[in-house]
Design a protein around this ligand. Structure first.
Ligand code: ATP
Ligand code: MG
Length: 361
C-alpha cells in the first residue's frame, strides 16, 4: 500500500514555533526522507471559517502567510503538494455523507472541540460548522487516502474520529477508505508547546506566540518576557523546571552542541536543569541562552522567507497548481465513495438493466 501524508494548518495567523516543533519540522524531515509516495499539505481555510465566519478577510490574508511559512521551513512544492482546502469542493461532499455516520453525542465528547468551544466563548451559540469540523477533517484525511497524519497532540481526538468514520463507512458500504495513523512528535516537549505566558498551548488565538517570521528583536523581547517559575524570585532560590516554559522550549529546541557555543560552563541541558533546581542560576541567564538557541533555528527560516516574500505571484501559482493536483485525487476518492454508497446512478449499467428487467416482467 502507498504511504501517503496529509496534514495542514488553519490560516488564522502566521505560523509559530509550536506549529514548527509540533508538526512542521517533522513534515520537512518526512518529505526529505523519501519514504512517502505522496505528501499533501493543506491550508485549511474552510475550517478556519467555521469559527471566523464574520472575518473572511483574516482568512484570506493569512493564506499567503502560511504558504510563506511552509516554503521558508523547507516544504518543497516539487516534493509536496501544497493546496487550499476550499478549492476542493469534493471535500464538502464527502463531509456531507460522513455526517450520517456520526452522532451528535459523539461530537460533544470530543475533548479538543470542548476546550476550543470554551476558549471561544461559544457555549451558548456554537456554529454548526464549527461543531462538525472533526467530520470535515475526516473528509480531508480520507480524500487523499492518507496513511500518516503528522500533527500535535491536540489533534489526537480528530484522528480517532476519522478512524471511527472509516471503520463505520467500510463496514456499512464495503472496503473503500483507508484508516490513518497519527504521527506525534517523539519529543514530549513538542506535543503541545506552551505559550510564552505559560498557558498550556501556544496558539494563534491566545496571542502568546513566538512566530517563525518574528524579527530577531521580537524574538529576543518575547523570550526575555517569558513566564518562568513564579516562585523563583532570587537567583539563589531553587527553581522548578517541570512546567517551566523556558525549559520546555529548551527541551524542544536545544541541541547539545549549542552549549559549547553559547554556554560552555555546562555540558548539556541536564546540567543546566540541575543547577536551576539546586538554586544559584538566574532566569535571565537561561533566557539569554534560550534566545541564542531559538535564533540559531529561526535565522535560516527568516532568511528564506525574505526571498519568498519577493515572489508572491509564484507562491500563489504553487498553491493553484497544488490545488488542481489535489482535486484530482479527492475526486477519484469521491467516485469510489459514491460507488460504494450506490449513488453512482449514471455509471451503473447494472442498475439500468435491473430496473428495465423489473418492468419487462
Ligand atoms: P487556532 O488557534 O486558529 O486553532 P493553532 O495555533 O491551534 O490555531 P492549528 O492551525 O489549529 O493552530 O494547528 C496546526 C497544527 O499545529 C496541528 O497539527 C496542531 O496540532 C499543531 N500545533 C498547534 N499549536 C501547537 C502547539 N502549541 N504545540 C504543538 N503543536 C501545535
Ligand atoms: Mg487549533
Amino acid at each position: 500500500m502507498s504511504k501517503i501524508i496529509l496534514t495542514g494548518d488553519r490560516p488564522t495567523g502566521r505560523l509559530h514555533v509550536g506549529h514548527y516543533v509540533g508538526s512542521l519540522r517533522r513534515r520537512v524531515e518526512l518529505q526529505n526522507s523519501g519514504m512517502f509516495d505522496k505528501i499533501f499539505i493543506m491550508i485549511a481555510d474552510a475550517q478556519a471559517l467555521t469559527d471566523n465566519a464574520e472575518n473572511p478577510e483574516k482568512v484570506r490574508q493569512n493564506i499567503v502567510e502560511v504558504a510563506l511559512d511552509y516554503l521558508s521551513c523547507g516544504l518543497d512544492p516539487e516534493k509536496s503538494t501544497l493546496f487550499i482546502q476550499s478549492q476542493i469542493p469534493e471535500l464538502c461532499e464527502l463531509s456531507f455523507y460522513y455526517m450520517n455516520l456520526v452522532t451528535v453525542s459523539r461530537l460533544q465528547r470530543n475533548p479538543t472541540v470542548k476546550s476550543e468551544i470554551q476558549m471561544r466563548n461559544f457555549e451558548a451559540s456554537i456554529p454548526v460548522g464549527f461543531f462538525t469540523y472533526p467530520i470535515s477533517q475526516a473528509a480531508d484525511i480520507t480524500a487523499f487516502k492518507a496513511t500518516t497524519v503528522p500533527v500535535g497532540e491536540d489533534q489526537l481526538p480528530m484522528i480517532e474520529q476519522t478512524k471511527e468514520i472509516v471503520r463505520k463507512f467500510n463496514s456499512v458500504y464495503g472496503d473503500t477508505l483507508v484508516e490513518p495513523e497519527v504521527l506525534l512528535p517523539d519529543n514530549k516537549a513538542c506535543l503541545r508547546l506552551p505559550g510564552i505566558d505559560g498557558k498550556a498551548k501556544m496558539s494563534k488565538s491566545l496571542n502568546n506566540c513566538i512566530y517563525l517570521s518574528d524579527t530577531e528583536e521580537d524574538v529576543r523581547k518575547k523570550v526575555m518576557s517569558m513566564f518562568t517559575d513564579p516562585n523563583h524570585l532570587q537567583v539563589s532560590d531553587p527553581g522548578k523546571v517541570e512546567g517551566n516554559p523556558v525549559f520546555i522550549y529548551l527541551d524542544a529546541f536545544c541541541k547539545d552542541g549549542m552549549f559549547a557555543e553559547y554556554l560552555p560552563e555546562y555540558a548539556n541541558l541536564d546540567e543546566l536543569k540541575a543547577h536551576y533546581t539546586r538554586g544559584g542560576l538566574g532566569d535571565v541567564k537561561v533566557k539569554k541562552f534560550l534566545n541564542n538557541v531559538l535564533q540559531e533555528e529561526l535565522a535560516p527560516i527568516r532568511t528564506k522567507r525574505k526571498e519568498w516574500e519577493k515572489q508572491i505571484p509564484e507562491v500563489y501559482e504553487i498553491l493553484r497548481k497544488g490545488s488542481i493536483a489535489a482535486r484530482e485525487v479527492a475526486s477519484a476518492t469521491l467516485d469510489d465513495v459514491k460507488k460504494s454508497m450506490k449513488i453512482n446512478y449514471f455509471d451503473d449499467n447494472a442498475l439500468i438493466t435491473e430496473q428495465s428487467k423489473k418492468y419487462a416482467e
